[in-house]
Design a protein around this ligand. Sequence first.
Ligand code: TXA
Ligand code: MG
Length: 317
Amino acid sequence: MTIVLPSAEIISKAADFLRGGELVAFPTETVYGLGGDATQDSAVEKIYAAKGRPSFNPLIVHVGAREWVAGIAEPDGRFDKLARTFWPGPLTLVMHRRSDSPISKIISAGRDTVAVRMPDHDVAREILKATRRPLAAPSANRSGFVSPTSAQHVLDGLDTKPALIIDGGQCRVGVESTVLDLTQHIPAILRPGSITREQIEAAIGEVTIGIMDPTAPKAPGQLLSHYAPGLPVRLNVTSPEPGEAFIGFGPLKGSHTLSMAGDLDEAAANLFAALRAADNLTLYKGIAVAPIPETGIGVAINDRLRRAAAPRNTTSV
Ligand code: TXA
Ligand code: MG
């Protein structure tokens, strides 16, 4: 059994595995990550293989401190402002790579940019500190499926098991980090998350929403079908059909309810576990989801739900 609880001994074991080029799944505040040493091509290749991830979809590099970024990318004043305001935390910043960056080129999938974030979770930070290497860590699920918010989700979802799966309980945020592209004159949000457009604009001024172009995606996570359960998904449903699982919100109670209190943070934390539980082909014929307000983290929840509901033949990642 590869699921273990965190301890000083496990953290040092994880660091040994990572420095040796093995993969370790660990909790972050958003979702569980499948970590590998970002400076070793072979470790990064193992991540792509374990996820079945297309090689054109770049990975996020996780750092243990803001200062690590100077050796990896070309941070500017906007980076300083954002990192001071939101790190550690669920904000990923896309910047130009340094020409002598030690980060494996495979991570950038042919681009001259690199995405970096500093996670806000004790286990992730202790692993980074003990490894003393930047870690590539995509969500620890098969490409195109629902991200894991518990250690059991990781174990259930990956055919190729990592050397260790460290159990840090349920992830606090529950949806993946906001991805912001700082390489453009006006920075663009490529993936909405719990750090909102309004919060970012309060720190650095105007930002835009990245344009989705499925043929040349800036963040291939933008491709429409993603987070896809096996059953068909219908959105903005107030009365489900017989045989449908119903993911409720607020007063609309369902077989699975995201937040009875109508709290969007609670709903985000429960979202992926609810999608997994509702995706039961022996119990249900489809999944219906109650309307979720398009405010705050609700923007990220609705983004993931629209991808879960998108026609599967548009799946590219
Ligand atoms: O919350 C998170 O960000 C989680 C935890 C584990 O940290 N990680 C995560 O990684 O969601 P992943 O690989 O599942 O999603 C990374 C997203 C993808 O949409 C990818 O296309 C985008 O970030 N991305 C990575 N590098 C990029 C780059 N250089 N330019 C544009 N987009 C990039
Ligand atoms: Mg992912």
